[in-house]
Write a protein that binds this ligand. Sequence first.
Ligand SMILES: [Zn+2]
Length: 364
Amino acid sequence: MTLPVSDYPALWLRDNCSCADCVAPGTEQKLHGITDLAPDTRIARVEEDADAVVVVFAPDDHRSRFTHAWLAAHRLDGALADDRSEDAKQLWQAADLAGAIPTGSWSAFHQDPVERAAGLEALQRQGFLLLRGVPVTDRAVLTVAESFGFVRRTNYGEVFEVRVEDQPTNLAFSSLPITPHTDNPYRDPVPTIQLLHCLVNAADGGDSGLVDGFAAAALLRAADPAAFDLLARTPVTFRYADAATELSATRPLIGVDPVGRIREIRFNNRSMRPIALPADQIDAFYAAYRRFAEILYSAEAQLTFRLEPGDCVVFDNTRVLHARTGFRAGGPRHLQGCYADLDGAYSELAVLRRGSIETNGAAR
Ligand SMILES: [Zn+2]
């Protein structure tokens, strides 16, 4: 099948020439910018063979070759691929994952590229991954993060501890239940991956919960589009301060991309500062915020499971909210966590897929 080159505007074609004068050889890096191309660029002549279309442009007389395969892969049909947006996700409610929690063994994930790709694909599609059999040792969570990306160091250090403290500065260190939330919404950029590794869990209670924030936002949009729009349009300031730190970031609870797709959730009642809106819009904001919270906090939304020593949950902190049921302070529970970022994990996944394609090609 061939595509008429006239489906592709001349300037777009000229800008995407991949000849050695236009792209640095061995890279995908363009050597020209928009101001290097004539605004009246047009197609002077087209020659076609079995594999490709050769276009000669005016006024610069440049000659470009586009394969039919490349043109087909870059059809101008308005589809906007973004592996961070809701379109690239499999949205879920707790019941959808009953008995089907994406789970892998740490040793297989660590050693086998096929297992690692499957795990990272779960992180991308479902928003999380549970790894079992991680060594129950101090800072092992860093080894997990480094197996697919880069640790994000913060004011809490490389590793943060989640356990009971006598004088907690943060509710995470108390034995109170914690409602579903995303972490560190007061940072910009926010840490996009969180890892939690269980070292000890002898507590009575203290189970973990995960909620798909994209699914909850999609439910809100279906039930109450005006509430969804209000949350997507209202900037909210989140803040964290202690003796050495003062962090704040201002973003909406539901972040949408330029075409309106859900792309980022920030939800954390503990660190929300007073909403700054005209007084006559405050009631509507609170009604929308309440409605979203009710969906997020519902039993249908929350996947609950118990982390055992050696379990490490890895999740997309821009999408999946996490929660903890309350536990008795007497029962020891100790998790170690760290942050990492989705871009590194998705890069690892893309490179692993590239490897498998080359392997398959060689096998044929
Ligand atoms: Zn060129």
